[in-house]
Design a protein around this ligand. Sequence first.
Ligand SMILES: *Cc1c(COP(=O)(O)O)cnc(C)c1O
Length: 389
Amino acid sequence: MNNFLMNTYHRLPVTFVKGNGAWLYDSSEKPYLDFTSGIAVNCLGHNHPALVHAIAAQAEKLIHTCNYFQSETALLFAEKLVAACAGAFMKKVFLCNSGAEANEGACKIARKYSLAKYGPGRHTIVTLKGSFHGRTITTLSATGQEKFHKDFGPFTEGFVYIEGNDLNTLEKALDQKTVAGFLLEAVQGESGIRPQSDEFIGAAAKLCAERDILLMFDEIQCGLGRTGTFLACEQYGVKADVVTLAKGLAGGVPAGAFLAGEKTAEVLQTGDHGSTFGGNPLASAAGAVVLDTVANPVFLGEIKRKGQKFKTVLESWNHPHIKEIRARGMMLGIDLDIEAWPILEASLKDNPGLLLLSAGTNTLRLLPPYIISDAEIDQGLEILKKMLR
Ligand SMILES: *Cc1c(COP(=O)(O)O)cnc(C)c1O
């Protein structure tokens, strides 16, 4: 077949045509157990009845109206979202379509907040090495990984990268005179499930509060229940100024959001920001179902329990090829002493297949759908074990 898509992805030779729960099926009906959730997007799995129903019902009524008009669907979604993020003390939300767009919004809040209060020159945003914040020029500028930067400069000015979990650099980098915000993932996803320590985030929160620097959590991968609390930053007991979400926010319909706390809720005013599709009725209706399902203590408890099961089974193998397992809820990084990509390809070829993600050369990354059953976890891990032999 002719291929008119730009060659930007390393695509595997499989075409999925349908899904159900934790399973996907290719054009020859072969089943694959999904340990990836489309990179933390299909958090309710595939073909989830309530989600499908809400999308179909909304599509029959109204798919889109522009943001020049009121939208009850968007208001309802926003109300649920702010309530779900109460653990991080969020007060207001801007609805957009993707992670990069959400992080762009966070940067805009930090820049305007600081400019209005302290005047020009205090615009730097500190981020972490190994972070991933998106693919637009500004969110690439925020991303602390060289490999994404080559070929695309010049970049947006005013980003500084520091080592995570390092209290000494933190204290110096969060300079009261030049820094507007500190943007970080509490658990880095793309670089292989790397959590920040309690001490590091505790110190960051304290310094940010003292110096009036905005503490901004990129929860695009680690948020939305992934670590067993609605937001990963909740587990550190700190107060955030901005939180960004996307990926699983509408269970597969494109959606993103940035939320603001007490200090920052009123920074953006009429005309300051916008997004044509942001919070459109279709995405808002889908997002409401995700929040109704996930932002629930019983459901979050199940994510914790299932995540622990993954970890316990993996550890019980004492596998010679596994060097380290990092787990936070249903977010797992498995460091191997061999390359991860051949394992991923072999698992795909097995029957039933198993879908895995990699991170870097030697790390496997698991982001299973929350609705996966215990029996499916066991079945998938057996396939992985066979592939590691
Ligand atoms: C995926 C991701 C992004 C970018 O999201 P897009 O929707 O692809 O723009 C930003 N931050 C984190 C932590 C992510 O995992």
